[in-house]
Design a binder for this molecule. Structure first.
Ligand code: PD2
Ligand code: ZN
Length: 286
């Protein structure tokens, strides 16, 4: 195979997808330059991959092939003993890879995270599929805030616990996101991964590669509504304080799993607070 060493798997798939779609090579180079690639390097990558595709020599899986499930990240067993916490497995689903865990955080930790977030909430945003910019849309009506990785003692403790649970280095995770939903607020179905065919995904994939899994931590009990639902598999998870919902959607070949389409259903009574951790393929930030 012609060498394109130095281009990340997610970018490799982005190039393959766009060449298959018949995209103009110059506009692909421009998208890569926007994502901080050198133009000559981008051009070489595209030409090499195009040559491989013509020769049928590419060893990577096409993004259009069915998703290949791999071994899960979370330890087997019904009870998982972490260094500072023992977590119970409420259920596991294999396809897609979804695990619900009880007792991942104490009530005091949930309350502390909410108290630290309450004063700094802003309207939530999404990534625009075309431009890659963040924007506010009606389909996501929560408010939210972020904590930098390692920002305070509580965040560091939770990051160590998450890293141990998911067997994934802290450095390959985004900062914790906090979301707050009032009555009526929701997040309509979406994917947490960055679709490689969207030009707006490119700058996000360039920083740490694809997202591979999500851990949603529920920070309060919700009086009614507010479940995390997966419309394609008929699953609705009730938010319960201290529980954590894990789902994975990218494999070692950089394929992504569309069965993980999910949303946050409207809160019908009370309020909903969650913390979300997204895992990346590579080191993120820092
Ligand atoms: O609000 C939720 O339940 C939820 C679930 C999964 C939110 C998100 N993902 C998200 O913000 O991506
Ligand atoms: Zn999500």
């Amino acid at each position: 195979m012609t060498t394109v060493d130095g281009v990340q798997p997610a970018w490799h798939d982005w190039i393959v997808t766009n060449l298959r779609r018949g995209c103009n090579r110059q506009s692909m180079i421009e998208s890569m330059v926007q994502a901080q690639f050198d133009a000559a390097f981008a051009s070489t990558c595209i030409e090499c991959i195009a040559k491989d595709m013509k020769n049928g020599a590419s060893s990577r899986l096409s993004p259009s092939e069915p998703y290949r499930y791999e071994a899960g990240r979370i330890a087997s067993g019904n009870i998982i003993a972490l260094s500072d916490f023992t977590v119970k497995v409420a259920f596991r689903l294999n396809r897609p890879d979804v695990v619900l865990l009880e007792g991942f955080m104490s009530n005091a930790e949930c309350d502390e995270l909410v108290a630290l977030s309450r004063q700094k909430l802003l309207p939530s945003t999404i990534v625009d599929p075309q431009s890659g910019d963040t924007k506010i849309i009606a389909a996501r009506s929560s408010e939210g805030t972020y904590f930098q990785r390692g920002e305070n003692e509580l965040v560091r403790r939770l990051e160590r616990r998450m890293s141990e649970l998911m067997n994934w280095p802290v450095e390959r995770g985004e900062g914790i996101q906090i979301l707050y939903y009032r009555v009526g607020a929701e997040y309509r179905p979406h994917f947490d991964y960055f679709p490689v065919q969207d030009p707006g995904s490119a700058p996000h994939l360039a920083k740490g590669g694809q997202r591979v899994a999500t851990l949603v931590m529920y920070l309060n009990d919700v009086a009614d509504g507010g479940g995390t639902f997966f419309p394609n598999i008929g699953l609705n998870v009730t938010p319960l304080c201290g529980s954590a919902l894990y789902f994975a959607y990218a494999n070692s070949m950089s394929q992504v799993d569309p069965a993980t389409l999910h949303g946050g259903s409207p809160v019908l009574a009370g309020e909903k607070w969650i913390a979300t951790k997204w895992l990346r393929q590579n080191q993120y930030g820092g």
